[in-house]
Ligand binder design. Structure first.
Ligand code: CA
Length: 480
C-alpha cells in the first residue's frame, strides 16, 4: 500500500513538470484566438487601463502563462497572420505587404504548408472562423490550406452589422458591380455564401461554440480551431448593450473600441463554458494573441509602449499574448523571455506529436519546454521586425533584454534594455556600442536573405519599391 502511494506520488510529480503529449488520446486540443489591432494596454490583466473590461480573458490569463514579451512577426495584419500560420517570417516568402486591395488574385505561396495542414495530417479536426486575409482565390482558401471547416470572410476586414452591410452589398450587386468591397461581402461557410443575421463578433462566437460542441462528441480526435475575430479592427461598430457599459467614456472612438473588445470577451466566456460543459477544458491549449499593436487613432492604447500598429517601436509588435492549458501548464505565471508567433507552429507540432512537413523551413522554436522551466528559448539570438517605407525602412531587433531600433522617426539606431525599459525611453547606444553593432550586423544578415515582395497592397508601394529605391538593405544596416 505504501509502495503504491509512493509510485502515485512519483507519477504525479513527474506530470507536474513534464508536458503531457504522449499517446494519441492525450494530445491537446488547440484553440488559437486572434484579435485584430488589439492594443497592449487593452486587456484587463495587463492592469494598464482601468476602463478596459475583459473579465473572461483575465481569468484565463491569470490561470495561465502570460507572455510579457510576446511579439508578432510584423506590425500589421496580412504579414503577421502569414507568420502565425506558416511559421515563417513573411519576408522570407515574399509576403511582407498586405495582399492587393479590393479583390486580390494572389495569396500565400501554396508550397508553404500551413500549421493547419500539418495538424490535419496528424489527425486533428481543423477549423478556421473569422478573418482570413491570406488569399481569396481557390488555391489559397482555408479549405485548401488544411482547414476541414471555414466560416467567415476572405478579405482583410468586414463591417459588423448585417442590417447595414447586406443592403449595401445588394445595392452594389443590383448596379452590376462584380468586384465588391471586402467589408460588405456576404460571409461564407466553406465556399458557400450564408445569410448572416448576427453582429459579426457574435456570429463568430456562435460558430466557435458549435465547432467545440461537436468536437466534444469526437473524443478520439483532437481539434485545432483558429478563431480570428476581426474585432476591434475598424469600422468602429458596437452593439448598444456593450456601449452602455462604457457610457462614462467621453471619447466616442475609445468607447466604441472598448465595447468591441468586450464583445470578444463575452464570446470567450461562452467558449470557455462550452469547453467546460463538453469536458474538454482541461486538455485544451487556449492561445490568445493580437495580430499587431493597437492603432491609436482608432481608439486603441498600447501605453506605456511607444507608438502602435505599423511601427517598429514596441507598441507596433509587442502584443497581448497568453497560453492557458490546465493539464499541461499547471503553474500560473508570467514568462518574460521573448516569444514570437513564429514559435507557435513548431510548438503546436510538438504538442500534437506531429511531424514537421517534408522540406518545411521554420523560423521559430518549440518554446514549450522553456515555458515549463522558465528559461529563454533563444539566448543570444535575435527576433526581427522590418517594415519597408519610402526610401527607408523601420527595423527592430530583439535579443535577450536588448532592443535595437531604427525608424523614420528616430535619428539613427537606438538601443534599449526593454526588459527594464519597455517604454523605450533611455537610449543606451553610447554605453553599449558593441552590442548595438552586433545586433545591427545580425539584422543585416537576416535581411540579405529576404525575398522581394510578391505583391504590394497598393500600386504606390510597388512604384516606391521599384522607382524610389525602397531599400531592403542599404543604409539601414550601417550604424552611421
Ligand atoms: Ca491587424
Amino acid at each position: 500500500m505504501k509502495n503504491h502511494a509512493i509510485k502515485i506520488l512519483v507519477a504525479l510529480s513527474f506530470f507536474s513538470v513534464a508536458p503531457v503529449f504522449a499517446s494519441q488520446g492525450e494530445r491537446p486540443n488547440i484553440l488559437m484566438i486572434v484579435t485584430d489591432d488589439h492594443g497592449y494596454a487593452d486587456v484587463g490583466y495587463h492592469g494598464l487601463d482601468d476602463d478596459v473590461k475583459t473579465p473572461a480573458l483575465d481569468a484565463l490569463a491569470n490561470e495561465g502563462v502570460i507572455f510579457t514579451s510576446g511579439y508578432v512577426a510584423h506590425p500589421f495584419c496580412g504579414p503577421s497572420r502569414t507568420a502565425l500560420l506558416t511559421g515563417r517570417y513573411p519576408h522570407k516568402i515574399g509576403a511582407q505587404f498586405n495582399l492587393p486591395v479590393d479583390g486580390s488574385t494572389v495569396g500565400i505561396d501554396t508550397s508553404e504548408t500551413f500549421i493547419s495542414k500539418a495538424l490535419q495530417q496528424a489527425g486533428y479536426h481543423t477549423g478556421a472562423i473569422g478573418k482570413w486575409h491570406l488569399g481569396e482565390e481557390s488555391p489559397y482558401q482555408p479549405n485548401n490550406r488544411g482547414f476541414d471547416e471555414f466560416f467567415g470572410f476572405l478579405g482583410g476586414g468586414h463591417k459588423y452589422f448585417p442590417e447595414q452591410y447586406r443592403p449595401q452589398y445588394e445595392r452594389a450587386k443590383a448596379m452590376g458591380i462584380t468586384r465588391f468591397n471586402d467589408y460588405i461581402t456576404p460571409l461564407v461557410r466553406n465556399d458557400k455564401e450564408v445569410q448572416e443575421k448576427e453582429y459579426l463578433t457574435d456570429a463568430f462566437t456562435r460558430e466557435a461554440v458549435d465547432f467545440i460542441d461537436r468536437a466534444g462528441n469526437e473524443e478520439a480526435q483532437p481539434f485545432f480551431l483558429y478563431l480570428a475575430y476581426n474585432a476591434p479592427h475598424v469600422p468602429l461598430e458596437a452593439k448598444e448593450e456593450d456601449l452602455a457599459l462604457f457610457s462614462h467614456i467621453k471619447d466616442k472612438k475609445r468607447r466604441t473600441y472598448l465595447a468591441m473588445v468586450y464583445a470578444v470577451d463575452r464570446g470567450v466566456k461562452r467558449i470557455v463554458q462550452t469547453l467546460k460543459d463538453s469536458g474538454q477544458f482541461d486538455n485544451t491549449l487556449i492561445v490568445f494573441v493580437s495580430d499587431n499593436g493597437g492603432k491609436l487613432k482608432w481608439g486603441a492604447k498600447n501605453a506605456p509602449l511607444r507608438e502602435g500598429k505599423g511601427s517598429a517601436r514596441e507598441g507596433g509588435h509587442r502584443v497581448p499574448m497568453f497560453f492557458h492549458w490546465p493539464k499541461g501548464l499547471k503553474e500560473a505565471r508570467h514568462y518574460d523571455a521573448p516569444v514570437s508567433t513564429l514559435d507557435f507552429y513548431p510548438t503546436f507540432l510538438a504538442l500534437a506529436d506531429a511531424k514537421t512537413p517534408a522540406g518545411k523551413l521554420l523560423d521559430g522554436k518549440n518554446v514549450f519546454p522553456h515555458i515549463l522551466d522558465n528559461t529563454s528559448a533563444r539566448p543570444g539570438e535575435s527576433l526581427f521586425v522590418l517594415r519597408h517605407r519610402r526610401g527607408f525602412h523601420d527595423v527592430s531587433v530583439r535579443r535577450d533584454q536588448w532592443k535595437a531600433v531604427r525608424t523614420t522617426t528616430t535619428d539613427g539606431w537606438k538601443l534599449y534594455n526593454v526588459a527594464q525599459d519597455r517604454a523605450e525611453t533611455k537610449d543606451l547606444s553610447d554605453q553599449y556600442p558593441h552590442i548595438l553593432a552586433d545586433m545591427v550586423k545580425d539584422a543585416g544578415h537576416w535581411a540579405w536573405s529576404n525575398q522581394p515582395p510578391k505583391w504590394f497592397h497598393i500600386h504606390k508601394e510597388g512604384d516606391e519599391w521599384r522607382d524610389a529605391n525602397m531599400p531592403r538593405f542599404g543604409e539601414a544596416f550601417q550604424l552611421q
